[in-house]
Structure formats: C-alpha cells, structure tokens
Design a protein around this ligand. Structure first.
Ligand SMILES: [Zn+2]
Length: 441
C-alpha cells in the first residue's frame, strides 16, 4: 500500500539521519526528548486549582454525622449549651388589613384550621379586641410548616398591640398598652354667644365641651346663667403616643367666672369631679348595673376551671340572672370606648369611666349607645340578652382597675360624696398644680 510504503521510507530516512549524526548531537536529542516527555506528564494542577482543593478538603471530610450542617452564628443555645430547635422553617406572614378582610379569610388562605379562630376568640374575652379588624391595622402570623398557628399579633393602633402565643397547646393572650405621655393644654375665652360656640372658638373639642358642661351640670345652668363677658378657663390633659396626639384627653380643671360668682371643678383619679374643697359634684358610682339586687348566677373568679377543658379560664365578671330585655344602666359617668359584636361576648359595651376605671357589659340584646358617646351614671345604655357564647339569658358585668379585671361586687368604689380623707392631700396637691398652670394661684 502506498501509505505504508511512504512511512517505511520515512522511518528509514530518519534512521539513516540519526546514524549519520555525530555522537554528541545524538545524545543531546535523546535527552531533550525525555525531558519534554517528563514535563508533559506532570499534571497541570500543581498551580491555581490545588489551592482551592486544599481549602475544601478538610470541610468535605467533616461533613459526616452530627456535623453535617454548619451552625449559623445566630443559633440559639439553652443554659446547658444545647442547641435549641431551629424554627427557621416557620413562615412569617404580615398583612395590612384592607376593607372587607376578615381573620377567617386570612386563616383559610394560610391553611390554618378554622377551629383556631374560635380558640383565639375565647382567649380574647379579656380584651375583646380581636373581632373587628379595621383597615390599616397590621396582622402578623407565625405559622409552622404543618400550618399550625404559633403566634398572632394584631397592631390595633399606636397605643395597643394584641398578641396570642401557642404554649402547651393553649393560646394565651396579652394586650400591650403604651401609656405614652400626657401633656396639659390650657384653653380660655369669654362668652359671646352660646357656651358651646364660645368654647369651640377657644379650641376645645365637642367631647371636651360636653365633659365641662356635665361636670358642672348639677351646680350651674350653662344656658340660663351665663352672660356675655363671663369667662371660662379649662385645663385639658392630652395623651401623646410616639409624639402624636392619640385623641384621648380628659378635662382636669374648670373655672367659670360669672358676674356673681366662680364655679370650679377638679378631676380626681376616680374619674369624678369635685369642687375646690373636695366636695363631689357628680353622683357616686353605682354597684349594680341593673335595678334592684338580682340573683348572681356566677361570681367573679380568676381561678375558674373551664367545665370542659379543665383548664384555668378566669371568669372576669359578675353574672346577673336577668331576663332578656332588662334595662342596663351606666354605673358611672364616662365615655363609650367600644360598642359592637364579638363572637364570644356577643353584643357588648366598654365604658371608660376614668383613666383608672373601665366597665363592660356583655351578651346584650340591644346596644343603645355608640362609640365616643358620653354617658352619665344611671343612663340607660342597653338591654340585657343572651348573645355570643352564652348558655342562658344573663348580664355579664365587668369592672377593670388599671386595665385589670377586679370583682365588681367587692371593688372599693368611690361611693362617697366627698374626696375620702386619706386621698384629700393628693387631691389638694393636684388641684393646686392645675390652678398654678392656669395662672390662678
Ligand atoms: Zn359571665
């Protein structure tokens, strides 16, 4: 074959060329050949690539058994330096409520059992803040990979944050309340037309004007006794949370100077007004929210065991065995904080009687007041009923002191018509502070 012949021919030529070379040249060519052969056989990884391998090798070697997962720097350890379970698989859900959003809808979107909402509402009976979400409120959920709700947080407003945490299979609720800062504002003016118009001109709000006139309503007729040129002086405490006015305010001190005499009213810590000498201007609190002394079917009991779950489920109020439609009265002057429906409480009313006292009326058949309305002691506010989670017609009545429920039948109510002797010194000090701020002392 011509190709084989050509190769043989070439080989013969190379051999004869080598044979004809001088000895020194021959060995030089052989040495060069073997040198190139050895260099070409050395693996190329002697340079950059090897450094990488040296760094990864020890780690790959340790990826065994207990150390298979590297521990993040933020891992939590308990007191015995044992690693705590890693909850990073749980998902956090943040929702800003829009019009029409409901918790049951949110839960269904997150595949959380509908029964959980019932448990939460049950845990919310102390606060009654979960039922009505308002657009703009923020809801935060922590949900486990198997769709169990671990915690729920509702940012109700700047002052209030409501949270529920699952612990030992039970949701416990907590309402965090920011007291913020109370600052005083002073308003004054002289009467030109009606008191309302004159007071409005000075900057007082409708609710504050109402507070002024109801504080002095027993001593003074604002429509008949005021004349043009009479002056009014009002000191108002306003709540600020994170620097912004919360629209929560209370009238601390009032002076009306008429042509014939001065009228004064000072707010005591019990939410009632007293004159300069500590004599009560408004009626004292009433013990019962209904007329007569009806039978109590269930007393206040912070340690009550739930009949079914056998867990501690406090009874925060007093139950009066009254038929549906019985008149329910405000037990003290105040303003309606909330009125509405809650699946556990039914139709309910919360009245703020003072910065210290709040009263609640649950399972009503009819609500006769509205949010923001000022109410007076003995005012008809509702008809009792059997709404919400209730096993029979009754009125559930609660009394809270500093946001904590107490026994309404035993609480030391401000029942006397004068500032009690042991509180008089404090009352006088606050009165003088107010008068000084108003430039009257
Ligand atoms: Zn009850």
């Amino acid at each position: 074959m011509p190709l084989l012949f050509q190769c043989k021919n070439m080989f013969r030529k190379v051999l004869s060329f080598i044979n004809n070379l001088p000895r020194l040249h021959f060995w030089a060519i052989i040495s060069l050949f073997f040198f190139l052969l050895i260099v070409s056989l050395i693996p190329p990884s002697k340079h950059g690539g090897t450094i990488k391998k040296e760094l990864t090798l020890p780690i790959s070697g340790s990826l065994k058994g207990d150390y298979a997962v590297a521990e993040p720097s933020t891992a939590n350890r308990d007191a015995n330096n044992q690693l705590l379970p890693d909850f990073s698989a749980n998902r956090e859900v943040d929702i800003t409520i829009s019009a029409g959003d409901t918790l049951s809808e949110i839960f269904s979107n997150e595949s959380i059992s509908a029964a959980v909402l019932q448990e939460l509402l049950e845990a919310d009976t102390e606060y009654l803040r979960l039922a009505n979400l308002i657009p703009g409120q923020v809801v935060q959920l922590l949900v486990s990979p198997d769709n169990q709700l671990l915690s729920l947080k509702v940012i109700i407003d700047r002052a209030n944050t409501l949270s529920f945490v699952l612990k030992d299979g039970v949701y416990t609720s907590n309402l965090e309340i920011k007291e913020g800062e109370w600052r005083n504002s002073y308003y004054q003016g002289s009467v030109t037309g009606s008191f309302y118009v004159s007071a409005k001109k000075s900057g007082l709000s409708a609710s504050q004007i109402q507070q002024v006139s109801s504080a002095l309503s027993g001593q003074f007729d604002f429509n008949r006794q005021l004349r043009v040129g009479d002056t009014f002086h009002v000191l108002v405490a306003k709540q600020y949370i994170e620097g912004a006015y919360s629209f929560d305010s209370e009238v601390l001190a009032i002076i009306i100077k008429t042509h014939s005499r001065n009228y004064t009213a000072f707010l005591n810590e019990d939410g009632r007004y007293y004159d300069q000498k500590g004599k009560g201007l408004s009626k004292a609190y009433r013990r019962y929210p209904v007329n007569g002394k009806p039978r109590i079917s269930s007393r206040f009991n912070p340690h009550r065991l739930h009949p079914i779950t056998k867990r501690v489920s406090p009874h925060n109020g007093t139950d009066f065995a009254v038929g549906v439609g019985t008149n329910v009265y405000a037990t003290g002057d105040g303003v309606v904080l909330r009125a509405g429906y809650h699946p556990a409480a039914g139709n309910y009313i919360v009245i703020k009687n003072s910065r210290r006292y709040t009263t609640r009326f649950l399972h009503l058949s009819k609500i006769l007041v509205h949010k923001g309305q000022r109410v007076a002691i003995d005012q008809l506010i509702a008809k009792s009923g059997n709404t919400g989670r209730s096993t029979g017609a009754h009125l559930h009545y609660e009394f809270h002191v500093n946001n904590k429920p107490v026994d309404a039948m035993k609480v030391d109510l401000p029942l006397s018509q004068e500032v009690p002797r042991n509180e008089l010194k404090d009352f006088n000090a606050r009165r003088d502070l107010s008068l000084r701020e108003m430039g009257e002392l």
